[in-house]
Write a protein that binds this ligand. Structure first.
Ligand code: NI
Length: 266
């Protein structure tokens, strides 16, 4: 029997909060114990078989999701697509992948090696999307990856899991603006990502986004443990399109800055 979307997201959330202890606090601050609707959930991967974006997307397509936008990030050497579901209560999916061939031979060899260690059967279940790493990583390798790509280092350290969940500000009862959400978060002690400004986007592009900086957690590497950035929480407010209905896409210039929420250097 296949997993329902509701069960999948419940499992994904449980996995996410283990790596993102502040997520529960975000819910307490913004939702006051009530339910929070998530605008989207984001995943990261490499553009190599068998974990390419379109292969991972099949799990969402099997849950009834459809592709509805693609994005390119020249400087970070990434591409992405977003997926939507006809049920508006289900989060959109933002799925990105690193263009591995754009990096050094050393990085390419390493990524090929770790991806090659994933058991082929593991890919067949949606549980793969929160299965973490399938390889060993030593800390010096993590630092080498970090020097070339924050994104590559993050996937190397955490593998397959939700990179962030995103609160739908439109669905919050007590907040009318993203500015008010940000102020509440700062008052509660959260550090926001200020790359490109606290608020990325504007009503003109029909989407405003902000995010916390990622939690710092202890990760066990092959040779030592180290405290590194894990996952973060994002906040999105969508605006109605001229012909009606909220904009459902993403804005590449804003997403480019949101990626920096997991930066190790601040
Ligand atoms: Ni996002």
């Amino acid at each position: 029997m296949s997993m329902t979307a509701e069960q999948f997201f419940a499992n994904l959330w449980q996995d996410y909060i283990q790596r993102t202890p502040s997520a529960a606090k975000v819910h307490a601050v913004l939702g006051q114990g009530g339910e929070i609707i998530n605008d989207h959930v984001a995943f990261r991967t490499f553009n190599l078989d068998p974990v390419r974006l379109e292969v991972l997307a099949r799990h969402f397509e099997a849950m009834g999701y459809f592709e509805n936008g693609d994005y390119f990030f020249e400087q970070k050497k990434l591409r992405a697509k977003h997926y939507e579901h006809s049920n508006p209560e289900l989060p959109k999916i933002f799925l990105s992948e690193l263009l591995v061939e754009e990096f050094s031979e050393e990085l390419q060899e390493f990524v090929k090696d770790i991806v090659g260690q994933i058991p082929v059967n593991a890919l067949q279940s949606p549980e793969f999307l929160y299965s973490g790493t399938h390889w060993e990583l030593d800390y010096s390798r993590y630092e080498k990856l970090l020097a070339e790509s924050e994104y590559a280092a993050w996937v190397g350290a955490f593998g397959f899991c939700a990179n962030h969940f995103t609160v739908s500000v439109n669905a919050l009862h007590d907040y009318d603006t993203l500015q008010a959400v940000n102020q509440q978060l700062k008052d509660a002690g959260f550090t926001l990502n200020t790359s490109g400004g606290e608020i990325k986007g504007s009503p003109t592009v029909f989407l405003e986004q902000s995010s916390t900086m990622a939690d710092q957690i202890e990760v066990v590497f092959q040779d030592r443990t180290a405290v590194i950035p894990s996952c973060f929480y994002e906040f999105a407010r969508r605006y109605p399109l001229p012909h009606g209905g909220l904009y459902t896409g993403f804005v590449a210039a804003s997403a480019d800055k949101i990626f920096e929420s997991t930066n190790a250097k601040r």
